[in-house]
Design a protein around this ligand. Structure first.
Ligand SMILES: N[C@@H](CCC(=O)N[C@@H](CS)C(=O)NCC(=O)O)C(=O)O
Length: 229
């Protein structure tokens, strides 16, 4: 069976989501680690795989594709995925896809701002350190979004309105777990905390988080919060 080449780096939330999707759905793949800290994703060869020059991307035979939430439906269709992670039922799948669209301007937007302004900007782009006022402002937006996720979970369903965990939960988890590098405390959102613990029991997530922790350690960011038992 044709194998997928997955290009990315496990520091990246959507890379982890795709890695976990392949593991959970037994999709045959090889992981190609890009040294994004040395701008490998901006290299000319990579622009041919993903013209947006972001990670993750895949190549599959001659076909090349970027954007996680375009890649998941592509892989699902090619490998006939029909399981709890991405059911083929049209309505269930559409509810999961709805989360994919929501996340960009909600949880991902605020987490990305925090990670960018606190770490990426000062360390790689020569930007000044984040001020405490600005950090408080972003954390307040994260808190509001976490509260709405907590409320969603409180309704007795998972993120994709499913009865069991799906790839929507995995994608959402990766965004929220990114804040472990900012020593984030999740205890104000008890449903979120429990749900994270449930996800962290999955072998696919544990394996991927080990890789995440390795990158975080190599960068010297706090990693003790990235618990893998
Ligand atoms: N919507 C894209 C987002 C991709 C994205 O923003 N990737 C980040 C890492 S998480 C990246 O490549 N950053 C490098 C850069 O901005 O130069 C997806 O879901 O795949």
């Amino acid at each position: 069976m044709l194998r997928v080449k997955l290009y990315g780096n496990l520091i990246s939330q959507p890379t982890r989501t795709l890695n976990e999707f392949c593991l959970l759905c037994n999709i045959p793949y090889d992981f190609i680690k890009l040294d994004i800290f040395n701008w490998e994703h901006k290299a000319k060869w990579y622009a041919e795989i993903n013209p947006y020059q972001l990670i993750p991307s895949i190549s599959h035979g001659d076909f090349k594709l970027g954007e996680t939430f375009a890649i998941i439906p592509y892989l699902a269709e090619y490998y006939h995925v029909n399981n709890q992670w991405y059911p083929s039922d049209l309505q269930k799948r559409s509810l999961i896809n709805a989360y994919f669209h929501w996340q960009h301007l909600n949880i991902r937007r605020f987490v990305r701002l925090l990670v960018f302004e606190k770490f990426v900007g000062p360390m790689w782009k020569g930007l000044p350190p984040i001020t405490s006022e600005r950090e408080t402002e972003i954390r307040a937006d994260i808190a509001k979004t976490l509260q709405s996720i907590n409320d969603m979970l409180d309704n007795g369903k998972y993120i994709g309105r499913t009865q069991e965990l799906s790839i929507a939960d995995i994608a959402c988890y990766n965004e929220i777990a990114q804040m472990k590098i900012a020593a984030f405390n999740y205890s104000d959102w008890p449903k979120v905390k429990l749900w994270m613990e449930e996800i962290e029991k999955l072998e696919a997530v544990k394996t991927t988080m080990v890789g995440f922790k390795e990158v975080v350690d190599s960068l010297g960011f706090p990693s003790s919060n990235i618990i893998i038992n």
